[in-house]
Design a protein around this ligand. Structure first.
Ligand code: NDP
Length: 243
């Protein structure tokens, strides 16, 4: 497949995990990829080669996001993937951790959507795909993260309405448990090894295993491509059949 030949795709949080897998998938199908991450995404860019550009950019910093996007003469795809967790039960959740999670996962996506839409509206085309999560349905110890990820679904539905008239499709994916450094860190926090934590998640999943970043990347690539030309305002759950 070569669905992204001649297209420019911006992927946030592309240094590792789902973001890196998405960058590799889109580049593998012909895209020129612009990789944003806190400290850049040099390793991902090196794996991809000359089709990749790495930029250090904190998505919570609106001026930095504006500067990163200002240098691009075309933006065909935006993947809002940068995300963090700061899990805690509500009664001991520090306000700073509420703010940090909302800032990266939700406000960061707002900053990038606002910067990207200027170019996309001019082009009269574009695809935006944002990372929600199964946690948007509610997850113990993740009030901040669940609220941010539910916010992504509402942002997606609303931007699909606002940007649809300009030929821009806006969708989200909501993964379940995907084996990355994010879930490995969660395992450590609850006193389990990543393998133990994954086994327990697999046991709650109809497909009997956890997901891989490449499996989320494949769904993002579909939504970012013209194969999904009439799909907009949707959130696709990628969770091995879990309810
Ligand atoms: P990782 O933690 O493995 O990777 C996240 C990347 O985002 C890191 O490279 C991180 O940089 C970067 N990042 C963090 N903060 C910022 C910021 N302010 N600006 C720019 N980049 C930033 O996460 P995953 O790959 O697991 O997750 C990717 C997305 O998918 C997230 O939005 C996550 O919420 C979502 N998701 C993940 C699931 C999972 O099970 N893994 C399930 C559902 C949703 P650094 O390394 O420097 O911190």
């Amino acid at each position: 497949m070569d669905r992204f030949t001649g297209k420019v795709a911006v992927i946030t949080g592309a240094a590792r995990g789902i973001g890196a897998a998405t960058a590799e998938r889109l580049a593998g199908e012909g895209a020129r990829v612009v990789l944003l991450d806190l400290h850049g995404a040099a390793d991902t860019a090196a794996r991809i080669g000359p089709a990749a550009t790495s930029i250090a950019c904190d998505v919570t910093d609106q001026a930095a996001v504006e500067a990163a996007f200002a240098g691009l003469d075309a933006i065909d795809v935006l993947v809002n993937n940068a995300g963090i967790t700061r899990d805690n039960l509500l009664f001991k959740l520090p306000k700073a951790d509420w703010d940090a999670v909302l800032a990266v996962n939700l406000t960061g996506a707002f900053h990038c959507c606002q910067a990207a839409q200027r170019q996309m509206v001019r082009q009269r085309s574009g695809k935006i795909v944002s990372l929600s999560s199964r946690s948007a349905l509610g997850n113990r110890g993740q009030a901040n993260y669940a609220a941010a990820k539910a916010g992504i679904q509402a942002l997606t539905a609303t931007l699909a309405i606002e940007l649809g008239p300009y030929g821009i499709n806006v969708n989200a994916v909501a993964p379940g448990y995907i084996a990355t450094e994010m879930t490995a860190a969660t395992a450590t926090r609850v006193g389990a090894t990543p393998e133990e934590h994954q086994r327990s998640a697999a046991g709650r999943t109809p497909l009997g295993r956890v997901g891989r970043p490449e499996e989320v990347a494949a769904a993002i690539a579909f939504l970012a491509s013209d194969d999904a030309s009439y799909v907009s305002g949707q959130t696709l759950y990628i969770n091995g059949g879990a309810r």
